[in-house]
Design a protein around this ligand. Structure first.
Ligand SMILES: [Mg+2]
Length: 272
């Protein structure tokens, strides 16, 4: 008997399945075709909003499920789960921070698409989708070190965190990508896409950044995609199972998935 009778794949988008510069997933098309042929659920898991993920999937139709805002909102078909904090909590914390810091402060949730477009370089229509947030809010401000410490302390009082991403400080809940994977597996079992326990699906997870570490740590087959403009590759998790893809972005994604599917399915053939 094989340990795993089914498989599910979770992938980060920016810098992982999508090229860092062109946002294209074309070099991964062969592996995605194989995943579809094998009826393996493919789940997007990203810091993007559900509106941004849905827009991408309406165009390309590659994902079976969507996990947005770093695990705070989970969508499978018409089912929506919301493990992250409420918008009321996020808005309450942001307003309290705005009153306590030295300069003006706004969030994506309360800014116009024109302002978000200016801050991010996104087109206004993309900025409008980035503003549709369920459980996190990037702050638009010019903080001093004291302001950051004050904001962190107020976020904590609301049960939230202030996390510095590439560019913004984002107010968010204590959800993470690893916990969201478990919830999505439960939902996939619920709709019959994965078998019920004690069957255990093999989980593959692919990511390129520190905020993917909980997802990689939770997977049976973690894959680190090297960063296109990064220097030396430092492993995101300390685990001998970690596979580091041979190339950055969708080309590395394609190679790693093909290698793992060969490994998982050949092992099954040998076991029978
Ligand atoms: Mg990424």
């Amino acid at each position: 008997m094989t340990k795993h009778s089914h498989c599910v794949i979770f992938t980060d988008l920016d810098g992982t399945l999508l090229d860092h510069d062109s946002y294209s997933w074309a070099p991964a098309a062969a592996a995605i075709g194989r995943i579809k042929q094998l009826h393996i659920p493919l789940i997007a898991i990203s810091s993007k909003t559900l509106a941004e993920l849905s827009f991408l999937n309406d165009r390309d139709d590659i994902f079976d499920g969507l996990i947005g805002e770093n695990g705070g909102v989970i969508c499978l078909g018409d089912q929506l789960e919301h493990p992250g904090p409420t918008t009321k909590t996020i808005d309450g914390a942001r307003n309290a921070i705005a009153r306590a810091v030295s300069g003006p402060l706004a969030g994506f949730r309360t800014s116009s698409p024109a302002v978000i477009a200016r801050e991010t370089g996104l087109a206004p229509s993309d900025a409008a989708r980035a503003a549709q947030r369920h459980c996190s809010d990037p702050l638009i401000w010019a903080p001093t070190e004291t302001d950051i410490a004050t904001a962190q302390s107020i976020a904590g009082e609301f049960g939230l965190k202030l996390v510095k991403g590439g560019r913004f400080h984002t107010l968010c809940g204590p959800t993470d990508k690893g916990k969201a994977m478990d919830k999505m597996i439960e939902m996939l079992i619920g709709i019959g896409r994965l078998p019920s326990p004690p069957a255990k699906p093999a989980t593959i997870a692919l990511g390129d950044s520190a905020n993917d570490a909980t997802m990689l740590a939770a997977a049976d087959f973690p894959v680190q995609i090297p960063q296109k403009h990064g220097g030396a590759i430092l492993p995101l998790i300390d685990d001998t199972k970690l596979l580091i893809a041979p190339e950055p972005g969708p080309s590395g994604w394609n190679s790693a998935i093909n290698q793992l599917l060969d490994q998982i399915f050949n092992a099954r053939v040998q076991a029978h």
